[in-house]
Design a protein around this ligand. Structure first.
Ligand SMILES: Nc1ncnc2c1ncn2[C@@H]1O[C@H](COP(=O)(O)OP(=O)(O)OP(=O)(O)O)[C@@H](O)[C@H]1O
Length: 306
């Protein structure tokens, strides 16, 4: 069941179109990735979902409410790309302050905050936020997004600019939140992280969605898996015979062929054997999200519906 529905989102800033007519739905419990190059319109989309900016056109329903409604705010946790924190407060005071804004009862808030900070492994929680490291500050911001125990989380670049250890911690924590049933909208430039935790993604470019679906479906729509088959055949007669049967590349007595599905591999094997040769190697090559991303970012106007 869809917990989040977006229909025709558009955002214009003084005549500049930052987001153009995008629609998508997110199922309850999904981790949904929003990726794209700088300026693609990701943050603008996430802010419209969180009710922080008004779309110029289009609508969204988040957990049954319009973004910005107080009832929706209670069910949503938003982690902005850059989160200003109250530097002179301690993490605990700061989080209690926000829990209070969400009307979380004091004893529930205290337990939840300490539990969150334990899980995030935040040390020195009585230190003023301004004196904390960047990684510690990001953990406080994440805890803030969770202080109202929301169903839907919007994470904009949760781990950018952090060391690998803290980054891993945050990605693992995000995965745990998903395992607990939270729906997560996740934007990141690190496509390895996106690939490792997202169920489905949209790729944006110049304000538009240019590809969408599961990673597998996006891969299939953009070339999919390739099989690189190498074979040897005896002498030029064998090569000629193989070449007559299939369109192959010949290199020093070897035959190489690239095909897109496993049944074609069998056809090559049969052709090579008929010509008196044998298949010596089959390698599979799957494009990474990074390769697909670079391909679709070059073709901004074509959306591959996967
Ligand atoms: N308040 C604003 N006024 C004018 N233009 C804006 C405003 N906010 C964003 N933009 C422009 O809208 C476009 C999309 O910006 P947005 O921040 O949504 O992109 P993004 O995909 O999140 O980029 P990044 O990966 O760099 O964070 C950019 O060209 C940006 O300059």
């Amino acid at each position: 069941m869809a917990i989040l529905e977006v229909d025709g989102f558009r955002k214009e800033y003084d005549g500049f179109v930052a987001v153009e007519g995008n629609s998508f739905t997110i199922e309850r419990g999904e981790v949904f990735g929003v990726v794209g190059p700088n300026g693609a319109g990701k943050t603008t989309t996430l802010k419209m979902l969180a009710g922080l900016i008004e779309p110029s056109a289009g609508t969204a329903v988040v957990a049954g409410h319009t973004p910005g409604e107080p009832a929706m705010q209670r069910r949503l946790g938003f982690l902005p790309e850059e989160s200003p924190l109250y530097e002179e407060m301690t993490a605990v005071d700061y989080l209690e302050f926000f829990a209070d804004l969400y009307d979380v009862p004091g004893d529930v808030a205290r337990e939840r905050i300490h539990d969150l900070l334990d899980r995030l492994d935040l040390e020195h929680r009585d230190r003023q936020i301004g004196n904390m490291s960047k990684g510690m500050q990001r953990k406080v911001a994440i805890a803030r997004a969770l202080v109202n125990d929301p169903d839907v989380l919007i994470f904009d670049e949760p781990a950018s600019g952090l060391d690998p250890l803290t980054t891993n911690y945050i990605i693992e924590f995000t995965r745990e939140l998903s395992d607990e049933g939270k729906t997560i909208v996740f934007s990141a430039h690190n496509l390895f992280h996106v690939e490792s935790i997202c169920d489905r993604i949209v790729i944006m470019n110049d304000g538009r969605i240019v590809a969408r679906g599961t990673l597998e479906a996006i891969r299939d729509a953009h070339g999919g898996t390739e099989y690189h088959v190498s074979a040897t055949v005896d002498g030029s007669d064998g090569l000629e015979a193989t070449a007559r049967l299939i369109d192959v590349t010949r290199e020093n007595g070897r035959v190489r062929h690239v095909v897109g599905d496993i049944t074609a591999v069998d056809q090559i094997r049969e052709a090579v054997e008929e010509a008196g040769g044998r298949v010596t190697d089959i390698q599979t090559k799957t494009p990474s999200l990074e390769e697909i991303f670079l391909e679709v970012a070059r073709e901004p106007d074509t959306e591959a519906e996967a």
